[in-house]
Design a protein around this ligand. Sequence first.
Ligand SMILES: [Zn+2]
Length: 412
Amino acid sequence: MSNQPTIYIIDVTNRDGVQTSRICLSKLEKTMINLYLNEMGVFQSEFGFPFTHHETNYLNANLELAKKGVISPLRLSGWLRATKEDVKTTFKLVPAIKHMNLSISTSDQMITHKFKGKLDHQSIIKEMTEAVKEAHKLGVESIGVNAEDASRTRMDYLIEFSLAAKEAGADRIRYCDTLGCDTPFSMYERIRALIEAIKMPIEIHCHNDLGLVVANSIAGAKAAVDAGEDAYINTCVNGMGERAGNADLVSVILAIKYGSGMQGYSLDKRIDLKKAWKICKYASYAFSVPIPINQPGVGANAFAHESGIHADGALKDRRNYELYDFEELGRGEPEIIETGRKITAGEYSGIKGFRNVSDKLELVFKDDAEATQILELVRYANVHNQKPLVDDELKFIAKYPDIARKIFTMHP
Ligand SMILES: [Zn+2]
């Protein structure tokens, strides 16, 4: 079945994840997440808010990395409201942007109680289609149109809205279960009905308010494929995201690969789960949010056995009590933690200490002047992150100093 539709991953950690209350990422940390998502073979990263001024340098710097082939083939897409003004501001601030998600609410609840008469059903479609056309005029390559609160939107209107988006030149519709009120049953039914009517690829964006986020995402993707279209599941690393979170990146991949009834559904071939351990550990550190002990795949207990029957069974044959292998997730290497003297590089470091750190990472500088220059950037990076830098961050700064400088720069 070579023409079977595919399930792709669009990760929204750098948008839904960071807009979440109480947690945030620095622009350097967002950049590292993009680099790791790229290594993991994810299709697209929704990398930020292109109309927001403090994002501008970070977004432009990451697009430069894309142009250099450092972040490639991962697509970098911006999120904005579906208005002509936001589209214009986006292209003014981030001219090289090629992919975007244009968002507007579509439910009666939001139209009545959020827009409060400012927009009605027809003017929402007008705003959205004008924004899509403007984005095309300014050189966009792909557009997802986001139906916010799609799960509480009347199906006939959702179809009308989606067909108008398609007609205006959108590539995908994002079905957004904004409140997390869907169940796998409603997801399957609604996505199937929607796609049979609109015949275009769909993005599935779910939230975990009922603890059903991964199940809903899989049910939606299955419905899309059954109806003959590609599905793009929105995920966040470690299930971060508004309120109870978005679909966890690793859980979604595992569910497609190992879930009963999912055999024969094809996941984007580029996905490499071996990078899962690294990106999840990094995101946990960057967000300062520990990985729960029972998190699928990457939690401390995901492959731990203690009770007599389980331990005996797992030792005899791992398949007795393990659904997938820890090696597949990039786990298994012991982690080495220095327990004696340790020199770190930070905002008040000097050149001798930095040389000790950089030698251990096998960073090579052509002379002392270059080492001093990189040290200065490392100081700024630490001011920027407010936590000790990890090896990959130090290596990144040493390799791309001009890009790093841009990422740290803001002009309020
Ligand atoms: Zn969301």
